[in-house]
Design a protein around this ligand. Sequence first.
Ligand code: ATR
Length: 266
Amino acid sequence: MQEAAFKKIGSKAFYLTLELAPKDFSKFVKKISKSSIKGFNVTVPYKEKIIKGLHRVSSEAKLIGAVNTVFLKKGKLCGANTDAAGFANSLLKDAGFNPRGKNALVIGAGGSSRAVLYALGSLGVKKVFVANRTLSRAHVLTRKFSKVFARTNFEVCSLNVKELKSVLKEVQLVVNTTSVGLKRTDRYFFKASDIPKATAKCKILFFDLIYKPSMTVFLKQAKKRGHRILHGAGMLARQGAKSFELWTGKRAPAELMKKVLEAKLK
Ligand code: ATR
């Protein structure tokens, strides 16, 4: 999708994938400012570790505690996080869902969850329940984000089915940020029958950050109960579009990038 976007703006840039061992990763970061590379993406397991090797880090990436995009500005390495923007744009553009004044349930309390919470706080969500297997991690996040987004009410919720069932009656958006669903054998947090049936008054959007498979059990269950669903390919394309803009200073052809990515995923 990045190369399709470079081509579209008439750039000769190309995008490589590199798998680096930890000792090579720090060497790579140190040498990069002397190369012709304009920037790069960072993924697991370096999104947190890279922060200390950068000259500047955006306030958003600092709060999320992870950098997924690095760009060079006057030889300085600048870190940003485009996952929050990718999620927000996918929610607004792919689902046409504006979360302002609404309630949400976010499952998971890792790096992806922090990006989602940042986006929801920025978009003016009224209340966010953060559910996680390890409750202490959810508490850390709700305390942290409550300080920054004072108008949003952040609450912790356990993965206990009874508690989840009652929260599902209160929310208009449910986001899965965990890796549960990547494997077909994964066990879910709740069953389809635990989800209230969709009615004209109660219609929930279920958003799974997973994009492969595009139809996870989480989404299948929600669909079965008549709710709206969205998988993570739109978010992936839109975080990439934001990275593209940081590297090139040009507007990204986001819809083209999404189309190319979706075709590849199929
Ligand atoms: P990422 O950066 O993709 O968010 P992460 O920081 O490792 O990855 O976070 C993974 C999230 O998935 C966590 O919320 C984790 O729960 P814990 O905090 O309890 O570890 C959640 N997760 C992973 N496997 C899970 C499982 N089998 N059941 C429930 N939650 C799971």
